[in-house]
Design a protein around this ligand. Structure first.
Ligand SMILES: *Cc1c(COP(=O)(O)O)cnc(C)c1O
Length: 356
Protein backbone atom coordinates (compact mmCIF):
# COMPACT_ATOMS: atom_id res chain seq x y z
CA UNK A 1 0.00 0.00 0.00
CA UNK A 2 1.25 3.51 -0.71
CA UNK A 3 2.52 5.26 2.40
CA UNK A 4 0.93 8.51 3.58
CA UNK A 5 3.72 11.00 3.00
CA UNK A 6 2.57 13.25 5.84
CA UNK A 7 5.31 15.79 5.26
CA UNK A 8 5.43 19.43 4.25
CA UNK A 9 9.00 19.29 2.97
CA UNK A 10 11.68 16.90 1.64
CA UNK A 11 15.38 16.75 2.46
CA UNK A 12 17.54 17.59 -0.56
CA UNK A 13 20.80 15.93 -1.45
CA UNK A 14 22.40 19.12 -2.72
CA UNK A 15 20.70 22.52 -3.31
CA UNK A 16 18.00 21.95 -5.95
CA UNK A 17 18.82 18.24 -6.26
CA UNK A 18 15.86 16.08 -5.19
CA UNK A 19 13.51 13.36 -6.44
CA UNK A 20 10.91 15.79 -7.86
CA UNK A 21 9.44 16.61 -4.48
CA UNK A 22 10.57 19.81 -2.73
CA UNK A 23 7.52 21.13 -0.87
CA UNK A 24 4.03 19.61 -0.41
CA UNK A 25 1.99 22.55 -1.71
CA UNK A 26 3.66 21.78 -5.04
CA UNK A 27 3.96 17.99 -5.04
CA UNK A 28 3.43 15.04 -2.73
CA UNK A 29 3.97 11.34 -3.56
CA UNK A 30 0.65 10.18 -2.06
CA UNK A 31 -1.19 12.77 -4.12
CA UNK A 32 0.76 11.69 -7.21
CA UNK A 33 -0.43 8.10 -6.70
CA UNK A 34 -4.04 9.24 -6.59
CA UNK A 35 -3.60 11.46 -9.66
CA UNK A 36 -2.17 8.55 -11.66
CA UNK A 37 -5.08 6.39 -10.53
CA UNK A 38 -7.70 9.01 -11.47
CA UNK A 39 -6.15 9.63 -14.89
CA UNK A 40 -6.38 5.88 -15.57
CA UNK A 41 -10.05 5.76 -14.51
CA UNK A 42 -11.06 8.42 -17.07
CA UNK A 43 -8.57 7.14 -19.69
CA UNK A 44 -6.87 10.54 -19.53
CA UNK A 45 -3.24 11.55 -19.85
CA UNK A 46 -3.33 13.97 -16.91
CA UNK A 47 -5.16 14.36 -13.61
CA UNK A 48 -4.85 16.98 -10.91
CA UNK A 49 -6.50 16.83 -7.49
CA UNK A 50 -7.48 19.72 -5.24
CA UNK A 51 -8.84 20.51 -1.79
CA UNK A 52 -12.50 20.29 -2.92
CA UNK A 53 -14.60 20.01 -6.06
CA UNK A 54 -15.37 23.71 -5.80
CA UNK A 55 -11.69 24.67 -5.53
CA UNK A 56 -11.06 22.83 -8.81
CA UNK A 57 -13.90 24.81 -10.42
CA UNK A 58 -12.31 27.96 -8.98
CA UNK A 59 -8.94 27.07 -10.49
CA UNK A 60 -10.57 26.45 -13.86
CA UNK A 61 -12.24 29.86 -13.76
CA UNK A 62 -8.83 31.44 -13.04
CA UNK A 63 -7.39 29.65 -16.07
CA UNK A 64 -9.58 31.54 -18.55
CA UNK A 65 -8.67 35.15 -19.39
CA UNK A 66 -10.79 37.92 -17.88
CA UNK A 67 -14.17 38.50 -19.57
CA UNK A 68 -14.42 34.98 -20.96
CA UNK A 69 -17.90 34.00 -22.08
CA UNK A 70 -19.19 30.89 -20.37
CA UNK A 71 -22.32 29.01 -21.34
CA UNK A 72 -23.54 26.69 -18.59
CA UNK A 73 -26.20 24.01 -18.00
CA UNK A 74 -29.04 25.63 -16.11
CA UNK A 75 -29.42 23.32 -13.13
CA UNK A 76 -25.85 22.73 -12.05
CA UNK A 77 -24.74 21.91 -8.52
CA UNK A 78 -25.80 24.75 -6.19
CA UNK A 79 -22.22 25.54 -5.13
CA UNK A 80 -21.08 25.80 -8.75
CA UNK A 81 -23.98 28.16 -9.45
CA UNK A 82 -23.03 30.28 -6.41
CA UNK A 83 -19.35 30.37 -7.46
CA UNK A 84 -20.25 31.52 -10.98
CA UNK A 85 -22.95 34.04 -10.05
CA UNK A 86 -21.54 35.62 -6.88
CA UNK A 87 -17.74 35.37 -7.26
CA UNK A 88 -16.68 34.91 -10.89
CA UNK A 89 -19.45 37.12 -12.29
CA UNK A 90 -16.95 39.91 -11.54
CA UNK A 91 -14.43 38.35 -13.97
CA UNK A 92 -16.39 36.47 -16.62
CA UNK A 93 -19.77 36.52 -18.35
CA UNK A 94 -22.09 33.63 -17.59
CA UNK A 95 -25.23 32.47 -19.32
CA UNK A 96 -27.35 29.55 -18.18
CA UNK A 97 -29.47 27.47 -20.57
CA UNK A 98 -31.10 24.07 -20.81
CA UNK A 99 -28.28 22.20 -22.59
CA UNK A 100 -30.66 19.36 -23.50
CA UNK A 101 -32.33 21.76 -25.94
CA UNK A 102 -29.99 21.39 -28.96
CA UNK A 103 -31.81 23.88 -31.18
CA UNK A 104 -31.41 26.56 -28.53
CA UNK A 105 -27.81 25.51 -27.91
CA UNK A 106 -26.91 25.73 -31.60
CA UNK A 107 -28.61 29.11 -31.92
CA UNK A 108 -26.70 30.42 -28.90
CA UNK A 109 -23.36 29.07 -30.14
CA UNK A 110 -23.93 30.64 -33.56
CA UNK A 111 -24.88 34.04 -32.19
CA UNK A 112 -22.16 34.42 -29.49
CA UNK A 113 -18.46 33.73 -29.32
CA UNK A 114 -18.37 31.68 -26.14
CA UNK A 115 -15.07 30.42 -24.76
CA UNK A 116 -16.40 27.66 -22.54
CA UNK A 117 -19.35 25.30 -22.43
CA UNK A 118 -19.88 23.96 -18.90
CA UNK A 119 -22.00 20.82 -18.76
CA UNK A 120 -23.27 18.85 -15.85
CA UNK A 121 -24.95 15.61 -16.87
CA UNK A 122 -27.04 14.29 -15.26
CA UNK A 123 -27.88 17.68 -13.77
CA UNK A 124 -28.44 18.26 -10.10
CA UNK A 125 -31.13 17.79 -8.86
CA UNK A 126 -33.48 17.34 -11.85
CA UNK A 127 -31.27 14.71 -13.55
CA UNK A 128 -31.53 16.09 -17.08
CA UNK A 129 -29.20 14.29 -19.49
CA UNK A 130 -27.23 16.19 -22.10
CA UNK A 131 -25.97 14.23 -25.11
CA UNK A 132 -22.22 14.69 -24.58
CA UNK A 133 -21.11 13.45 -28.02
CA UNK A 134 -23.55 15.62 -29.93
CA UNK A 135 -22.93 18.68 -27.77
CA UNK A 136 -19.13 18.52 -27.75
CA UNK A 137 -19.14 18.08 -31.53
CA UNK A 138 -21.22 21.22 -31.86
CA UNK A 139 -18.99 23.12 -29.41
CA UNK A 140 -15.85 22.09 -31.34
CA UNK A 141 -17.34 23.53 -34.51
CA UNK A 142 -17.46 26.91 -32.79
CA UNK A 143 -14.07 26.51 -31.02
CA UNK A 144 -15.64 26.34 -27.59
CA UNK A 145 -13.93 24.30 -24.86
CA UNK A 146 -16.20 21.79 -23.13
CA UNK A 147 -15.92 20.97 -19.43
CA UNK A 148 -18.10 18.19 -18.02
CA UNK A 149 -18.85 17.72 -14.32
CA UNK A 150 -18.99 13.93 -14.07
CA UNK A 151 -19.55 13.70 -10.29
CA UNK A 152 -22.96 12.02 -10.46
CA UNK A 153 -21.89 9.11 -12.66
CA UNK A 154 -18.24 8.62 -11.62
CA UNK A 155 -15.85 7.31 -14.28
CA UNK A 156 -17.33 3.86 -13.70
CA UNK A 157 -20.58 4.74 -15.50
CA UNK A 158 -19.56 7.61 -17.80
CA UNK A 159 -16.35 8.76 -19.53
CA UNK A 160 -16.90 12.24 -21.00
CA UNK A 161 -13.37 12.57 -22.49
CA UNK A 162 -14.07 9.55 -24.69
CA UNK A 163 -17.27 11.29 -25.83
CA UNK A 164 -15.42 14.46 -26.89
CA UNK A 165 -15.12 16.61 -23.75
CA UNK A 166 -11.88 18.58 -23.26
CA UNK A 167 -11.86 18.55 -19.46
CA UNK A 168 -13.67 16.43 -16.85
CA UNK A 169 -14.18 17.58 -13.27
CA UNK A 170 -15.20 15.58 -10.21
CA UNK A 171 -16.05 16.19 -6.63
CA UNK A 172 -14.04 13.34 -5.09
CA UNK A 173 -16.18 13.90 -2.00
CA UNK A 174 -18.99 11.91 -3.61
CA UNK A 175 -18.85 8.48 -5.33
CA UNK A 176 -15.12 8.34 -6.01
CA UNK A 177 -14.20 8.42 -2.33
CA UNK A 178 -17.59 6.97 -1.44
CA UNK A 179 -17.38 6.99 2.37
CA UNK A 180 -18.50 10.53 3.30
CA UNK A 181 -15.24 11.26 5.11
CA UNK A 182 -13.20 13.36 2.66
CA UNK A 183 -13.70 16.64 0.79
CA UNK A 184 -11.77 16.65 -2.49
CA UNK A 185 -11.82 17.59 -6.16
CA UNK A 186 -10.16 16.50 -9.39
CA UNK A 187 -9.89 17.25 -13.08
CA UNK A 188 -8.76 15.00 -15.91
CA UNK A 189 -7.67 16.00 -19.42
CA UNK A 190 -5.55 14.91 -22.37
CA UNK A 191 -4.18 18.42 -22.91
CA UNK A 192 -0.81 19.12 -21.33
CA UNK A 193 -1.26 22.91 -21.51
CA UNK A 194 -4.46 22.63 -19.43
CA UNK A 195 -2.73 20.48 -16.82
CA UNK A 196 0.31 22.80 -16.69
CA UNK A 197 -1.82 25.95 -16.37
CA UNK A 198 -3.95 24.46 -13.59
CA UNK A 199 -0.95 23.13 -11.70
CA UNK A 200 0.62 26.61 -11.79
CA UNK A 201 -2.60 28.19 -10.54
CA UNK A 202 -2.82 25.61 -7.75
CA UNK A 203 0.78 26.11 -6.71
CA UNK A 204 0.25 29.87 -6.68
CA UNK A 205 -3.15 30.00 -4.98
CA UNK A 206 -2.75 26.98 -2.69
CA UNK A 207 -5.87 24.72 -2.65
CA UNK A 208 -4.01 21.39 -2.48
CA UNK A 209 -5.33 18.37 -0.62
CA UNK A 210 -3.80 16.62 2.36
CA UNK A 211 -1.82 13.41 1.80
CA UNK A 212 -4.11 11.60 4.26
CA UNK A 213 -7.20 12.60 2.25
CA UNK A 214 -5.50 11.43 -0.96
CA UNK A 215 -4.75 8.11 0.73
CA UNK A 216 -8.35 7.70 1.88
CA UNK A 217 -9.64 8.39 -1.64
CA UNK A 218 -7.22 5.78 -3.06
CA UNK A 219 -8.62 3.31 -0.53
CA UNK A 220 -12.19 4.23 -1.51
CA UNK A 221 -11.49 3.73 -5.22
CA UNK A 222 -10.64 0.06 -4.65
CA UNK A 223 -14.37 -0.62 -4.26
CA UNK A 224 -15.70 1.98 -6.73
CA UNK A 225 -16.85 -0.66 -9.23
CA UNK A 226 -18.80 -2.82 -6.78
CA UNK A 227 -20.21 0.19 -4.96
CA UNK A 228 -21.52 1.70 -8.19
CA UNK A 229 -23.12 -1.62 -9.19
CA UNK A 230 -24.92 -1.85 -5.86
CA UNK A 231 -25.94 1.85 -5.82
CA UNK A 232 -27.55 1.27 -9.20
CA UNK A 233 -29.30 -2.01 -8.31
CA UNK A 234 -30.79 -0.40 -5.20
CA UNK A 235 -31.76 2.78 -7.04
CA UNK A 236 -33.64 0.91 -9.79
CA UNK A 237 -35.71 -0.97 -7.20
CA UNK A 238 -36.36 2.15 -5.14
CA UNK A 239 -37.31 4.24 -8.19
CA UNK A 240 -39.81 1.59 -9.28
CA UNK A 241 -41.29 1.46 -5.77
CA UNK A 242 -41.63 5.26 -5.64
CA UNK A 243 -43.17 5.43 -9.10
CA UNK A 244 -46.06 3.23 -7.90
CA UNK A 245 -46.62 4.98 -4.56
CA UNK A 246 -49.89 6.98 -4.34
CA UNK A 247 -48.25 9.81 -2.35
CA UNK A 248 -45.60 10.39 -4.99
CA UNK A 249 -46.42 12.70 -7.86
CA UNK A 250 -43.46 11.97 -10.14
CA UNK A 251 -40.12 10.18 -10.06
CA UNK A 252 -37.04 11.21 -12.03
CA UNK A 253 -34.41 8.50 -12.50
CA UNK A 254 -32.37 8.05 -15.71
CA UNK A 255 -33.01 4.28 -15.62
CA UNK A 256 -36.81 4.63 -15.79
CA UNK A 257 -38.39 4.48 -19.25
CA UNK A 258 -40.43 7.51 -18.20
CA UNK A 259 -37.25 9.64 -18.05
CA UNK A 260 -37.33 12.12 -20.98
CA UNK A 261 -33.74 11.32 -22.00
CA UNK A 262 -33.80 7.60 -21.20
CA UNK A 263 -32.41 6.71 -24.65
CA UNK A 264 -29.47 9.13 -24.41
CA UNK A 265 -28.76 7.92 -20.88
CA UNK A 266 -28.68 4.34 -22.10
CA UNK A 267 -26.36 5.19 -24.98
CA UNK A 268 -23.77 7.33 -23.21
CA UNK A 269 -23.69 5.80 -19.74
CA UNK A 270 -22.90 2.20 -18.82
CA UNK A 271 -25.22 2.46 -15.79
CA UNK A 272 -27.85 4.80 -14.44
CA UNK A 273 -26.28 5.69 -11.10
CA UNK A 274 -27.67 5.99 -7.59
CA UNK A 275 -29.41 9.38 -7.57
CA UNK A 276 -33.20 9.67 -7.56
CA UNK A 277 -35.27 12.84 -7.48
CA UNK A 278 -38.99 12.76 -6.80
CA UNK A 279 -41.93 15.08 -6.30
CA UNK A 280 -44.21 14.40 -3.34
CA UNK A 281 -47.90 15.16 -3.50
CA UNK A 282 -48.24 18.28 -1.39
CA UNK A 283 -46.02 21.25 -0.58
CA UNK A 284 -43.38 22.39 1.87
CA UNK A 285 -45.29 21.23 4.97
CA UNK A 286 -45.73 17.67 3.67
CA UNK A 287 -42.13 17.49 2.44
CA UNK A 288 -40.75 18.58 5.83
CA UNK A 289 -42.92 16.05 7.69
CA UNK A 290 -41.81 13.27 5.38
CA UNK A 291 -38.12 14.20 5.77
CA UNK A 292 -38.42 14.27 9.57
CA UNK A 293 -39.87 10.77 9.58
CA UNK A 294 -37.16 8.83 7.72
CA UNK A 295 -35.02 6.63 9.96
CA UNK A 296 -32.45 4.81 7.83
CA UNK A 297 -31.93 7.62 5.35
CA UNK A 298 -29.88 10.38 6.97
CA UNK A 299 -31.29 13.84 6.34
CA UNK A 300 -28.10 15.46 5.05
CA UNK A 301 -26.52 17.28 2.14
CA UNK A 302 -23.99 15.52 -0.11
CA UNK A 303 -24.27 12.21 -1.97
CA UNK A 304 -22.36 9.22 -3.24
CA UNK A 305 -21.50 7.60 0.09
CA UNK A 306 -22.30 4.02 1.08
CA UNK A 307 -25.00 5.33 3.45
CA UNK A 308 -28.31 6.48 2.00
CA UNK A 309 -28.94 10.23 2.24
CA UNK A 310 -32.07 12.25 1.64
CA UNK A 311 -32.43 16.01 1.31
CA UNK A 312 -34.61 18.94 0.35
CA UNK A 313 -32.73 20.87 -2.39
CA UNK A 314 -34.81 24.08 -2.14
CA UNK A 315 -33.87 24.53 1.54
CA UNK A 316 -30.55 22.66 1.62
CA UNK A 317 -28.18 22.18 -1.36
CA UNK A 318 -29.75 24.74 -3.70
CA UNK A 319 -30.67 27.47 -1.20
CA UNK A 320 -28.20 29.85 -2.87
CA UNK A 321 -30.31 29.76 -6.04
CA UNK A 322 -33.01 32.49 -6.14
CA UNK A 323 -36.56 31.09 -5.79
CA UNK A 324 -37.52 32.31 -9.27
CA UNK A 325 -34.54 30.53 -10.87
CA UNK A 326 -35.23 27.39 -8.81
CA UNK A 327 -38.82 27.24 -9.96
CA UNK A 328 -37.90 27.84 -13.60
CA UNK A 329 -35.92 24.58 -13.57
CA UNK A 330 -38.59 22.60 -11.72
CA UNK A 331 -36.90 22.77 -8.33
CA UNK A 332 -40.06 23.21 -6.29
CA UNK A 333 -40.80 22.83 -2.56
CA UNK A 334 -42.17 19.28 -3.00
CA UNK A 335 -38.97 18.02 -4.64
CA UNK A 336 -36.85 15.55 -2.66
CA UNK A 337 -33.44 14.17 -3.65
CA UNK A 338 -32.18 10.78 -2.62
CA UNK A 339 -28.65 9.37 -2.73
CA UNK A 340 -29.26 5.64 -2.60
CA UNK A 341 -26.66 3.82 -0.52
CA UNK A 342 -25.58 0.19 -0.55
CA UNK A 343 -27.74 -1.03 2.37
CA UNK A 344 -30.29 -3.85 2.01
CA UNK A 345 -32.83 -2.43 -0.42
CA UNK A 346 -35.82 -3.93 1.47
CA UNK A 347 -34.86 -1.78 4.46
CA UNK A 348 -34.61 1.33 2.29
CA UNK A 349 -37.99 0.68 0.69
CA UNK A 350 -39.59 0.01 4.09
CA UNK A 351 -38.15 3.25 5.47
CA UNK A 352 -39.49 5.46 2.66
CA UNK A 353 -42.79 3.59 2.80
CA UNK A 354 -43.35 4.27 6.52
CA UNK A 355 -42.31 7.92 6.13
CA UNK A 356 -44.70 8.39 3.18
C1 LIG B 1 -20.52 18.25 -4.48
C2 LIG B 1 -20.44 18.64 -5.88
C3 LIG B 1 -19.54 19.62 -6.30
C4 LIG B 1 -18.62 20.36 -5.36
O1 LIG B 1 -17.70 19.54 -4.74
P1 LIG B 1 -17.13 19.77 -3.24
O2 LIG B 1 -16.21 18.63 -3.07
O3 LIG B 1 -18.32 19.77 -2.32
O4 LIG B 1 -16.46 21.09 -3.22
C5 LIG B 1 -19.50 19.92 -7.66
N1 LIG B 1 -20.33 19.31 -8.54
C6 LIG B 1 -21.22 18.39 -8.16
C7 LIG B 1 -22.10 17.75 -9.18
C8 LIG B 1 -21.32 18.02 -6.82
O5 LIG B 1 -22.22 17.10 -6.45
Amino acid sequence: MPPIYQTSTYAQESPGKHLGYAYSRSHNPTRTRLEENLAALENAKYALISASGISMNTMLMHMFPKDSKILCSSDVYGGTYRLFTTVFNNYHQFEFIDTTDYKLLEKKLKANDYDVLWLETPTNPTLKITDIKKTTKLAKKFQVKTIVDNTFMSPYFQKPLELGADIVVHSLTKYINGHSDVIGGAMMTNEQNVYDALWKIQNSTGPTSSPFDAWLVLRGIKTLAIRMERHEQNAIKLAKFLEKHPKVEKVIYPGLKSHPQYKIAKAQMSGFGGMITFYLKGGLKESKRFLEKVKIFALAESLGGVESLIEHPAIMTHASMPKKVRESIGLTDNLVRVSVGIEAVEDLIADLNQAL
